[in-house]
Design a binder for this molecule. Structure first.
Ligand SMILES: Cc1ncc(COP(=O)(O)O)c(C=O)c1O
Length: 387
């Protein structure tokens, strides 16, 4: 078989591999606490589930338009206005099967030999994987622990070359929980005026998950880059709907037709009942989101304090998402070794920082999308093996 060379360059998301290893250990009778996977440990709210059931009973079994049903795109448009005061026409919104297809399509649109794409490192591993797959050079934007896992906008602007086609930004970020401060976003968006050919993909999948009263700053709030901005968001994290596969993206006019064609070529449309569930999520009561966030906020405080008490571990308090990214350099363990030891010896699944790029060496990602009791038990087990 002589398949495409590109396949050799495709990476993966280790969280799924760790999940498989954790499940294999569980099936052998080992008790595993999973702080590896990035999905809320809450159930999708009943009114959302009911809306999908009703849609099926009402006969919504067929294809929908490739860009999604109009009432859902209208609901997204209203939500974006409510949250960011951004006036986005439903025509510029495409409903996607989750958040990932938007990054895949955007990177494929701009990637190719002799081009560069900038991406956060440590960052969501699919960025680097698909950039490499596309044939572009992946140029890391280093997220600095000292800057609470953000960056100095000047450094990003300085790295833009005449080969740069796309810059990927992710705030709040996976795996660090870092939030890019408004000041840096302002400098970045203003500086981008000097690079009118560069497109921006802003991954805002954690846009509702901020703590200590922080407010999400969407790149949609900056009209000067709107004509070359793609925004990725969705229901997976906010409404505990990871398995439904429902996301949306905002596209500039120039890319809209191409993005829709990629949908037609790839998946035709998102399944109809899920789209009706999406309307119920946006238009229904938001107390489910708020109570989930309150719970996450308590766990964040607990896990940060508990990790900071472990010898050799130092953990910043992240501003968003549901991850902490402690520095373990002083333990003398590599990230991979720490991940393996914690899984094998303590029965605690975490993800090595290096799964998120080489700049994640010396860190581990813990997801606190697990109960407070389990997090407490996990920390106790880690303490025991350290002792
Ligand atoms: C930063 C980031 N973007 C996108 C996604 C993908 O979201 P989805 O599951 O909706 O495809 C994730 C999921 O973990 C993520 O962490």
């Amino acid at each position: 078989m002589e398949h495409s060379e590109n396949l050799f360059r495709l990476g993966t998301e280790s969280a799924f591999e760790v999940l498989a290893r954790a499940q294999a250990l569980s099936s052998k009778g080992k008790n595993i606490i999973n702080l590896g996977i990035g999905q809320p440990d809450f159930k999708t709210a009943d009114h959302i589930v009911e809306a999908a059931i009703k849609a099926l009973k009402d006969g919504h079994h067929g294809y929908t338009p490739a860009n999604g049903i109009l009432p859902l795109r209208e609901a997204v448009s209203e939500d974006l206005y409510f949250r960011h005061r951004a006036r986005i026409s439903p025509d510029n919104i495409i409903i996607m099967p989750g958040g990932k297809p938007t990054m895949f399509f955007s990177i494929l649109m701009f990637g190719g030999p002799n081009t560069e794409i900038m991406y956060p490192n440590p960052g969501f591993p699919i960025y680097e994987s698909v950039i490499n797959y596309s044939g572009s050079k992946a140029v890391p934007i280093k997220l600095e622990e000292d800057l609470n896992f953000s960056f100095k906008a000047e450094n990003v602007l300085n790295k833009i070359s005449d080969k740069t086609r796309l810059i990927i930004i992710n705030s709040p970020g996976n795996p660090t929980g870092g939030v890019i401060p408004r000041q840096e976003i302002e400098i970045l968006t203003a500086g981008l005026e000097n690079f009118p050919k560069v497109t921006i993909l802003s991954d805002e999948i954690y846009s509702r998950m901020l703590y200590d009263g922080r407010k999400h700053i969407s790149l949609l709030e900056f009209p000067n880059i709107r004509n070359r901005l793609i925004v990725l968001d969705g229901w997976s994290k906010t409404y505990a709907m990871t398995g439904w596969r429902l996301g949306f993206s905002v596209w500039p006019d120039q890319l809209l037709e191409y993005a829709t064609r990629l949908c037609v070529n790839n998946h035709s449309c998102v399944n109809a009942p899920t789209q009706y569930a999406g309307i119920a999520a946006l238009k229904g009561p938001q107390d489910v989101v708020n109570s989930m966030l309150n719970e996450f906020e308590q766990r964040r405080k607990f896990i940060v304090d508990a990790l900071n008490e472990l010898p050799g571990v130092y953990c910043k308090e992240p501003g968003g998402a549901f991850y902490v990214f402690p520095n373990i350099i002083k333990t003398g363990l590599s990230s991979q070794k720490a991940q393996d030891d914690l899984l094998e010896m303590a029965g605690v699944a975490t993800i090595a920082g290096t799964s998120f790029g080489e700049m994640g060496e010396g860190f581990l990602r813990f997801s606190y999308a697990n109960s407070l009791e389990n997090i407490e038990e996990a920390i106790n087990r880690i303490k025991k093996i350290i002792d």
